[in-house]
Ligand binder design. Structure first.
Ligand SMILES: [Fe+2]
Length: 121
């Protein structure tokens, strides 16, 4: 199940919803817009989550800076049963483990370059 993301163009708030809803999501008195995750690296910087499968676990990492003004805010692991979001702050190590599940979706969110996604094979 792929998540849908909506963003407020005024304050930058980002939410995720599990299904498309006919009703609009409002923030700062305006309709939030759809955000599609990037799946191809377009620059030198790396944003797409990488992973290694070890036994029954998946170790996820992102090769990205964790500076005060530029960092990965969170990594999300989405399976057909659950959605786990791990938040980070500048200086943190971008590495986290989850229970491996084939076809899960991995998301990462950079405070400057937005939303990225990779499917677990
Ligand atoms: Fe970035």
């Amino acid at each position: 199940m792929e998540l849908k993301f909506k963003k407020c163009l005024k304050c930058g708030a980002l939410i995720n919803v599990f299904e498309d809803s006919k009703s609009d999501f409002i923030c700062c008195s305006e309709k939030m817009v759809d955000v599609k995750p990037n799946t191809l690296e377009a620059s030198f910087e790396k944003h797409i989550p990488n992973y290694e499968i070890k036994d029954l676990e998946i170790e996820v990492f992102v090769n990205h800076v964790m500076d005060n003004d530029h960092y990965i805010e969170w990594i999300m692991y989405q399976t057909d049963k659950e959605s786990i979001k791990i938040t980070f702050k500048p200086g943190d190590t971008l590495k986290v483990k989850f229970k491996y599940q084939k076809k899960a979706l991995l998301y990462s969110y950079c405070n400057k370059h937005g939303l990225w996604m990779k499917e677990v094979l």
